[in-house]
Every structure is written in C-alpha cells, then in structure tokens.
Design a protein around this ligand. Structure first.
Ligand SMILES: C[S@@+](CC[C@H](N)C(=O)[O-])C[C@H]1O[C@@H](n2cnc3c(N)ncnc32)[C@H](O)[C@@H]1O
Length: 250
C-alpha cells in the first residue's frame, strides 16, 4: 500500500532520523558495498548514493516498493542492485563476508530479529557496520497491551508491531551481542519530531490516491485497517520508543 502511494521515509523520525543513521556510516571507497534491508521506495538510498561513492544493494519483498525505488534511483543505476526477497524465509542473496555496511529502517522488528542479525553477521566483512533504527515497545507499554496490539496487527496486517519478547533496548543489545556484534551506539531519539511521524515524502495528490483506493479493493482494505489500528491505539503507539543502534562485526 505504501509503495502504491509512493511514500518514503516510512519510519518514525522520517528524513531527520535517516540523516542521523547515515552519519554513522564509515567513509569508504568506490569498491565498498552497502546493503539496505527493506529499501522501500528508495528515499534513503537516494541520500546515501548522493553522499557516498558506494555500490548499493536494496532488498525488499514488495514489488510496488521495488518499482518505485527503481525509478527513484535511475540516476545511479550503475551503482544499484534491487533484489526482491522475502526475509522471513530467504537468506540475504549475497556471499559471506562481502558487505561493508548494512542499514535497515523500521523493518528488523517486524521480521525474525535473531535470524536477521545472524545473516547480517554472515555477510558483513570483519569490521563491517550494521546501523538500524526501529520502534521498540520500551518501558511503559504493559505486556498485556503489547500482546493485544500485536494480535490485532498480525490478524489485520500480517505482522506484529514489534516483538513481544524484546521490549527494551537492552534486550536488543543483548541479542546483537549474542550474534557476535560489538555495540557502538544505542540511542533513544528524544525529539517530538521523532515520535510516530510516518508517511513522509508522499508525493501523490489526494485525488490520485482516492482513485487508486477505489479501483483496488485490496488496497482499500489495508488502508482502512492501517488507519483503524493507528486510531485505536494512538496513545499506546506514542508511548513506544524510537531507537538507533550501530554495531560492528568484531
Ligand atoms: C516500514 S517500511 C520502511 C521502508 C524504508 N526502510 C523506509 O524507511 O522508508 C518496511 C519495508 O520493509 C519491507 N519488508 C517488509 N517485510 C519484508 C520482508 N519479509 N522481506 C523483505 N522486505 C520486507 C516493506 O516492503 C517495506 O518496504
């Protein structure tokens, strides 16, 4: 649905949080390769490719996202590969120890985090960097509220809001360490602009969106579920915490 609407920076904190994340990437050369997990419509990749000489591999499961990313990144096509894969079941389609840095925004928490961290560790070169941001449950959302929201998200959207068993940043740090990473940074984003601001960068006029919704009933269904969940749980949503993690393969 977000791909159809050409929405970018689909994570709390939007472009500002992306700028911060990219500031932790190493200054590497032309031969360096960066992978993005869940590349979406390619907005983060555009910033990355403007600034760094890296080659870029974007992974995503959604054809609509990859289509939009392909056109957004066409000026950089000689440095870009976009690969469709479902990271709930597929391994990263790159060789072991071949990647210099991995970035991920608002996606690891809806996948199987331990499997993803192990894959990151496998494909990164020694000293390679994993930088990611996501929304965590944090300290204030109760276990019963976590379960209630996740149950509804799974039923209506097909994935949880965030894992029930990893509510706190320390849980994530421990998990990354158990997969071999050395944590360089774990920072909670504090500014109110970092809280629950999604859907930045949408360039589609309202009327076009409406036409899309009316001709595609499946899209209409998900648009409705997405809004219904957001409205119903807005208060709890806002209690969730947004974090940036940077880790190094030791
Ligand atoms: C919340 S969006 C974030 C997109 C982008 N990183 C950004 O910040 O704008 C999550 C992205 O992960 C992709 N994604 C979700 N589940 C996936 C899966 N199982 N395998 C690969 N990509 C997935 C979605 O298609 C979407 O593009």
């Amino acid at each position: 649905m977000h791909g159809n609407f050409n929405r970018g920076f689909l994570h709390p904190g939007g472009k500002q949080a992306t700028e911060k994340l990219l500031s932790f990437l190493p200054q590497l050369g032309k031969e360096s390769i960066v992978v993005e997990i869940g590349c979406g419509t390619g907005e983060t990749a555009k910033l990355l490719l403007e600034r760094f000489p890296y080659s870029y591999i974007g992974l995503d499961a959604a054809p609509a996202m990859l289509d939009k990313a392909k056109s957004a990144l066409s000026p950089y096509s000689d440095r870009v590969s976009l690969i469709k894969c479902d990271l709930r079941v597929d391994l990263f389609p790159v060789p072991a120890e071949s990647i210099d840095a991995i970035i991920a925004e608002s996606v690891i928490a809806i996948l199987a985090p331990q499997t993803i961290f192990r894959e990151c560790y496998r494909v990164l070169k020694r000293g390679g960097i994993l930088a990611w941001n996501d929304r965590l449950w944090g300290e204030t959302v109760s276990p019963s509220d976590r379960l209630k929201i996740n149950k509804e998200c799974k039923r209506l959207l097909g994935f949880p809001a965030a894992p029930d068993d990893l509510p706190k940043a320390d849980d994530w740090k421990n998990l990354m360490e158990s997969c071999g990473f050395k944590i360089l940074l774990a920072e909670k984003l504090l500014s109110s602009t970092h809280v629950a601001r999604l859907h930045q960068g949408s360039v589609m006029p309202k009327r076009t969106k409406l036409v899309h919704l009316l001709v595609n009933l499946n899209l209409l269904r998900f648009w409705y579920y997405d809004r219904a969940i957001e409205r119903k749980y807005r208060e709890l949503w806002q209690k969730m915490e947004n974090w940036i993690f940077v880790a190094k393969k030791g």
